[in-house]
Design a protein around this ligand. Structure first.
Ligand code: UDP
Ligand code: MG
Length: 322
């Protein structure tokens, strides 16, 4: 760990790996030849997200083949191995934290992203952009995946206030701080450009080539849609109300209580005038509404307490670092 903090490289490439043993050698070959022709120093950080295949041993072998870099005693291939599968967001988060490059690239391990696009991404960062997001304009994925993705991207663009065609593309380049400032957990890797944009970063996209998966299979099923939608709601909420949950729940609570008080007030007046007290559905609504209002306010207060006490949430455990 200490070694990485003193070391300096131009570019760190962070690659989340979950059971991708067949793809890694070809990927590393592509990355290495791209950088050979670019004249920038680099490091590759493989984050093995609890693979059950031989991925980590493949990384060890790659370290021997490609690892010897410009600096003595520093292997340019680094690796973090999680003790169990913790998700792509956790892997990216650990890799970015470990990275010491001025620019950080993230890419998938499955050969769907083409290292040949790296120079163009980096030149965009040199132009002054903080985040360059890949856009898989021509995709080699099944229709059942590309179609929902179109709709999802349109919705995310609207919610984020940032127009991009492909938020979820794993292939991205960041200026160091733009990446380090991101708080990536849960399934948030789908919203990184939106989060960076909210952080005040300048975000753009470039078209990147996309290949069909050659080995293994996609790690994500239909649940991705549901989890993704839930995360969007959380993100929108956190973006606005992170530091003041009471502003959100307080208003809902006060509204509900006011509805209740209004209706009960009406019954009170009727009672005073006619002397008759009737239980009507409306009475129940009034009482329900007041209880709901108090609930909202309590939830808001609990939210405030959480906001005030949580610091960092480590969500992966590391077995080994190379
Ligand atoms: N991945 C990971 N942890 C997981 C699932 C996936 O590190 O729990 C990695 C995976 O090895 C790949 C990248 O994230 O490098 C994208 O995964 P995949 O190709 O399965 O997603 P898709 O391309 O189908 O969106
Ligand atoms: Mg893939």
């Amino acid at each position: 760990m200490t070694q990485t903090q003193t070391q300096h490289v131009d570019v760190s490439i962070v690659i989340p790996v979950y059971n991708e043993e067949e793809s890694l050698p070809e990927l590393m070959k592509g990355v290495s030849s791209t950088f050979d022709s670019m004249g920038k120093s680099y490091e590759v950080i493989f984050v093995d997200d609890g693979s059950t295949d031989d991925s980590f041993n493949v990384v060890r072998v790659l370290r021997e083949t490609y690892g010897v870099g410009d600096a003595e005693n520093v292997n340019r291939i680094k690796a973090i191995r999680f003790s169990r599968n913790s998700g792509k967001s956790a892997a990216l988060s650990a890799g970015i934290e470990y990275a010491c490059g001025d620019m950080i690239i993230t890419m998938d391990a499955d050969l769907q992203d083409d290292p040949a696009a790296i120079p163009e991404m980096l030149s965009k960062i040199d132009e002054g952009w903080d985040v360059v997001s890949g856009w898989k304009k021509v995709r080699h994925d099944p229709f059942g995946k590309t179609f929902p993705s179109k709709i999802w991207n349109a919705m995310t663009s609207m919610a984020a206030g940032l127009k991009l065609h492909d938020f979820n593309c794993g292939f991205k380049a960041y200026r160091r701080d733009a990446a380090k400032n991101l708080d990536i957990y849960g399934e948030r890797h789908r919203y990184l450009p939106a989060m960076a944009h909210w952080d005040g970063c300048r975000v753009t996209e470039i078209v990147v080539p996309h290949h069909a998966r050659k080995f293994g299979k996609s790690k994500y099923g239909a649940w991705r849609m549901f989890n993704g939608a839930m995360d969007m709601i959380t993100l929108l909420f956190l973006k606005r109300y992170m530091r003041s949950p009471m502003h959100f729940f307080g208003i809902l609570g006060m509204l509900a209580i006011m509805v209740g008080v209004g209706i009960l007030g009406y019954f009170g007046v009727m009672w005073a005038i006619t002397g008759a007290m009737k239980i009507r559905p409306l009475t129940l609504l009034a009482i329900g509404s007041m209880i709901m209002g108090m609930q909202f306010i309590s939830i808001g207060l609990v939210g405030e307490m959480i906001t005030n006490t949580t610091q960092g949430r480590r969500q992966y455990s590391v077995r080994e670092r190379l």
